[in-house]
Design a protein around this ligand. Structure first.
Ligand code: 3HC
Ligand code: NAI
Length: 693
């Protein structure tokens, strides 16, 4: 019997069940039913063994995540797995691509597993705020041992097929055609009369586990997974495998899975999973828009950003020129790049050979003539409009007509830059985040005249260089930095009104941010913003906190001067609260006529984060972000926003927009029009709707 996603056929004495549910063979209800039907067919048929294989690019990559949060549909995964494990003929999983989550759980229900060497096997549920919910926490430890299972399940990181073979998770590695290899392996099992190995019946690897192991893992997770609930749930479930009989362990797994599934954290993490993928889609740019091949790139400016950007291309195997205005500056840039790579080699995360390969792909140059044939050039010179214009004019003169000309500007108008060229349709913004070789986020700035091909190609390039990209429009600060302004503004006002930097930072850190706004300011350098404020001036009639300026006037630029909002000991990045900063705050508050009061943690959180959300709502309705979930992607991948909160817009939804809106209205009454609620927020709140749907 077959259904449209799972078919059964016979190859000699072996039955073959094939799952064909593109793109990733997710275990939706039709697949689950098809697996049960396939096993029933094999039972009836005169075959001696069964191979379970998948069409397309991968073995089953997990449960169908789109089904989560909806009413369950029968049959569930458990009956499907029981029918596989209970089959009276040996069932062999044949794995290619990624056997993940429910996919690996299917494979663990089979009696044997074979795989191609390039395959990966893992239980990544924890990354979605879940635990494996179909026996993974009970079966994996019975195969690879408790310690290794804890590692795989609580981090969600997969292992390669070769390692899986060494650990007993894969029984046979297949070279060449997977189906042929799997059929041969199945025949061998039949010929050798090997037993039906039911993992559920094994306990030699879990019996007698030292309970101290769990305490040690839990204490490690408190540090490495701060704020996340799911990793601890994973440990609880694996502990059940080590302490309870299989059937009871399965019940315990179920209870924990349901709890995790229903949590806000899991909803948030699932939201980010789909948000990251949705961000690649641009409504008016069809998916079949021609993508230009980027075989050779170039970067202008070998400074902080340019060096990191060049490394991204080299890491992806794309040759890249790196230009600066003197040999000395180029040498300096290459020196820093070399040091960065060497650091990674020293940590054992890169081989010397790979480092040499990457360095050989970065080609220093002083001449624009080198750019004649490049397919993409990214400018990362000083943040001065005149310099950018001059550079783009030179590029326009030398680059081939199809070359994409991108700017990494963080504040300047990409349209104004594009206008000095004869081909504004080829110009785009690529706003990387520092350090550019590390940070995942890329804001792709769509200019008024940027062509669809250029946009689609830039999104594809982002994928090639392993960035998470989101399209933004041309506005001051684009999306991320524009939103950070009101957040930082409120943090500053809170100091004048009664809080201290360590109070604000603690509340936001405990909420889950990688660091609070003041620690972040010290890391980035306070002088940059100070110089901009001095240049631009402060808008008349607007409240402005002078505390940050006063710090800079005192030479407190942050970590680089060992003092900023905090003190730093020589060589240390640990912020130490400084009474003299408190004195400056008190002085400036008094000068501004503000009577300080006790500020609650709740107010700190609401003032900072609702400011972020309100600005996000303005950005959305002004069309500078395509969708609310793109903003969540930007904050999660670029600003250390905790993934388990789902980004600021999802978080606001989870609080309830009515509550957020009403509080913002209260703030407006107290603090004035900085808090004018975005009309979109008002509308959604009144209609009982959400940003993220
Ligand atoms: N369910 C539903 N859709 C899924 C999916 C899943 N498990 N995995 C991927 N997709 C969708 C993606 O949303 C995307 O859709 P789109 O084209 O409409 O945007 C499409 O499949 C392709 O996905 P990617 O763009 O991510 O493709 P890649 O080739 O880059 O990566 C992958 C493939 C490594 C399989 C990656 O998609 C992935 O990591 N998927 C999630 C795997 C996972 O978390 N599995 C566990 C699920 S939970 C579970 O199994 C619970 C169980 O224990 C009961
Ligand atoms: P940087 O000062 O470290 O590097 C700039 C480099 O450009 C210098 O090596 C300089 O010699 C070179 N340069 C200047 N004019 C040049 C010209 N006409 N021709 C060739 N080379 C020239 O600056 P940084 O921080 O790397 O910034 C570069 C760009 O990236 C700016 O537009 C900045 O706004 C943007 N940016 C910076 C971020 C950061 O955190 N530093 C983050 C995101 C964007």
């Amino acid at each position: 019997m077959s259904n449209q996603l799972v078919s059964y056929s016979k190859k000699g004495a072996i039955g073959v069940i094939t799952v064909d549910n593109p793109p990733v063979n997710a275990l939706g209800v039709v697949v689950r039913k098809g697996l049960m039907d396939g096993i029933a067919s094999a039972e009836k048929d005169d075959v001696k063994a069964v191979v379970l294989i998948c069409a397309g690019r991968t073995f089953i990559a997990g449960a169908d995540i789109t089904e989560f949060g909806k009413p369950p549909q029968e049959p569930g995964l458990h009956p499907a797995l029981d029918s596989i494990e209970g089959c009276s003929k040996p069932v062999i999983a044949a794995i290619h691509g990624t056997a993940l989550g429910g996919g690996l759980e299917v494979a663990l229900s089979c009696h044997y597993r074979c795989a191609v060497a390039a395959a990966k096997l893992g239980l990544p549920e924890v990354k979605l705020g879940l635990i494996p919910g179909a026996g993974g926490t009970q079966r994996l430890p019975r195969v690879v041992g408790v310690e290794q299972a804890l590692k795989m399940i609580s981090t969600g990181e997969p292992i390669g097929a070769k390692e899986a073979r060494e650990r007993g998770l894969v029984d046979e590695l297949v070279e060449g055609d997977l189906l042929e290899g799997a059929l041969a392996f199945a025949q061998k099992i039949v010929d050798e009369k090997r037993p039906l190995v039911k993992i559920s019946a094994r306990d030699e690897k879990v019996k007698g586990t030292d309970p101290k192991l769990f305490a040690a893992i839990r204490s490690g997770l408190n540090k490495s997974s701060r704020g996340f609930e799911a990793p601890m749930h994973c440990v609880d479930a694996v502990e059940a495998a080590a302490t309870l009989p299989f059937a009871e362990g399965m019940k315990r797994e179920r209870e924990i899975f349901v709890k995790a599934h229903d949590s806000v954290q899991s909803r948030a993490q699932r939201h980010i999973f789909f948000a990251e993928r949705a961000a690649n889609k641009i409504p008016d740019v069809p998916s079949d828009t021609p993508i230009m091949p980027i075989k050779h790139a170039a970067v202008l400016g070998a400074g902080t950003m340019g060096g990191g950007i060049a490394m991204n291309f080299a890491n992806a195997g794309v040759p890249v020129y790196l230009l600066d205005s003197s040999q000395e500056l180029i040498d300096k840039g290459i020196g820093i790049i070399t040091k960065n790579y060497a650091g990674t080699v020293a940590k054992g995360r890169l081989s010397q050979e790979a480092m040499d390969k990457c360095l050989s792909l970065i080609k220093p140059t002083l001449s624009y003539d080198s750019f004649k044939d490049v397919d993409m050039v990214i400018e990362a010179v000083f943040e001065e409009m005149d310099i950018k214009k001059e550079v783009f004019k030179k590029l326009d003169a030398v680059c081939k007509p199809t070359c994409i000309m991108a700017s990494n500007t963080s504040t300047l108008d990409v349209n104004e830059i594009a206008a000095v060229t004869s081909r504004p349709q080829q110009v785009i913004g690529m706003h990387f985040f520092s350090p550019a070789n590390v940070m995942k986020l890329l804001e792709v700035v769509r200019g008024a005249k940027t062509s669809k091909e250029v946009l689609a190609t830039t999104m594809a390039v982002a994928k090639t260089i392993k960035k998470v990209a989101a399209v933004v429009g041309v506005c001051d600060g684009f999306v991320g930095n524009r939103m950070i302004h009101p957040y930082a503004r409120e943090a500053g006002f809170l100091l004048e009104e009664g809080a201290l930097p360590q109070d604000v930072d603690r509340v936001l850190y405990d909420y889950g941010m990688a660091m609070g706004p003041f620690a972040m300011g010290d890391l980035a350098g306070l002088d940059v913003g100070w110089r901009i404020r001095k240049r631009k001036g402060v808008p008349a009639g607007k409240r402005h906190s002078k505390v940050a300026d006063a710090l800079c006037e005192d030479g407190r630029y942050g970590q680089k001067t060992q003092k900023g909002w905090y003190l730093y000991e020589q060589g240390s990045r640990t912020p130490v609260p400084d009474p003299s900063v408190e004195a400056i705050i008190l002085r400036e508050a008094e000068a501004a006529g503000i009577t300080r009061r006790k500020i609650s943690d709740e107010e700190i959180l609401e003032r900072c984060l609702y400011a972020l959300v309100n600005e996000g709502a303005y950005i959305l309705e002004e069309g500078f972000a395509q969708r609310a979930s793109d903003i969540d992607v930007i904050y999660t991948f670029g600003y250390g926003y905790p993934v388990y909160r789902g980004g600021p817009m999802f978080w606001a939804d989870s609080i309830g927009l009515k509550k957020v809106y009403e509080r913002i209205c209260e703030f407006q009454k107290i603090h004035g029009d900085d808090w004018k609620p975005a009309p979109l927020l008002k509308k959604l709140a009144e209609e009982g709707k959400t940003f993220t749907g």
